[in-house]
Design a protein around this ligand. Structure first.
Ligand code: BDR
Ligand code: CA
Length: 306
């Protein structure tokens, strides 16, 4: 079976680092390009972190640097969760700069999508700024996109604001453009991210899984997405898990809009499960995940990262 071509748009970020590891070592995914966007930390840091991870993994995937700020909102990072540089806790090698393209992420995505003989899947695990710009500038790419499988949003409450999840709340306008793109979308948001937990006994097992496991363990010690003792939230790995093992998730086809003007709710994904808005579904939303099976899947996937 040929590998599924994907482009991952990311802001590493500790949970991004784990999601990237699993995708890059998977036998089923062909990561053609990694694009970066400001999010967990600045664009410079997330790009450096991506290049460090690729050097550490020994994977030569091209990287393109994207948007350094949201379309309209002021940029606010999540260094309180991921540390000052975004990947605190492990001594990574220097960034592998030869993998960095001179093209902007949006142009690199366009090229890779149009050059691909098979439709490409986009996997944003960060703010949707790059994707929104891509669709605005080069709508022709939509013809060769299979689907978008994102980590972002929530059918319940938020983790950036009362009702907003971080990736959507960082750039709500971009998110709305993506949800209105007409492309098939899978949204793996907080409803599953908050249940995709790694417990201390898992971390101890992971630590023994070679150098990637050891790296993960040290990042976990510094990660503030949940707690080491009561469970660390592997948000971004949910998007990769959906690609590789969709039956872990319970989903619903529904309409998702993004609240742009709410004085207290901007950045909220309005997931219209009951059809109040009378709009056609534009996304498949992951509403639940089997947390126990996720743990097993996550550890098996990490064990392959050698
Ligand atoms: C999302 O926000 C970021 O901090 C994580 O990397 C993840 O993509 C979770 O809300
Ligand atoms: Ca992320």
């Amino acid at each position: 079976m040929s590998k599924r071509p994907v482009i991952i748009d990311t802001d590493p970020g500790i949970d991004d680092a784990l999601a990237l590891a699993i995708a890059l070592f998977s036998d089923e995914l062909d990561v053609r390009l990694i694009t970066t966007v400001a999010g967990n930390v600045s664009l410079e840091h997330v790009t450096d972190n991506t290049l460090r991870l690729l050097g550490f993994f020994g994977k030569d995937v091209p990287v393109a640097k994207g948007a350094g700020e949201p379309l309209l909102e002021a940029f606010v990072d999540a260094s309180n969760v991921h540390g000052k540089t975004g990947m605190e806790g492990y001594d990574f090698p220097e960034p592998k700069r030869e993998l960095l393209l001179s093209e902007h992420a949006v142009n690199a995505m366009r090229r890779v999508i149009l050059e691909s003989p098979e439709p490409v899947t986009l996997v944003p695990i960060a703010a949707l700024t790059n994707l929104a710009l891509l669709f605005a500038m080069y709508p022709e790419v939509k013809e060769n996109i299979r689907e978008i499988v994102m980590m972002g949003g929530s059918a319940s409450r938020g983790n950036k604001g009362v009702m907003s999840e971080f990736n959507i709340g960082t750039d709500p306008e971009a998110a709305q453009m993506v949800f209105q793109s007409g492309l098939p979308i899978v949204m793996a948001g907080l409803d599953v991210g908050l249940k995709a937990l790694v417990y201390p006994e898992d971390s101890e097992e992971i630590r023994k899984m070679g150098k990637v496991g050891d790296m993960a363990y040290h990042l976990f010690k510094r990660y503030r997405g949940g707690s080491f003792q009561t469970g660390l939230k592997m948000y971004d790995s949910c998007a990769i898990a959906y690609l590789l093992c969709p039956d872990l998730f319970e989903t619903a086809e529904t309409y998702v809009g993004v609240e742009l003007r709410g004085s207290m709710t901007a950045g909220c994904t309005v997931v219209d499960l009951k059809g109040y808005l009378k709009r056609e579904p534009n996304a498949r939303v992951c509403l639940d995940v089997d947390g126990e099976r996720f743990r097993v899947w996550f550890k098996e996937a990490l064990a392959k990262c050698i």
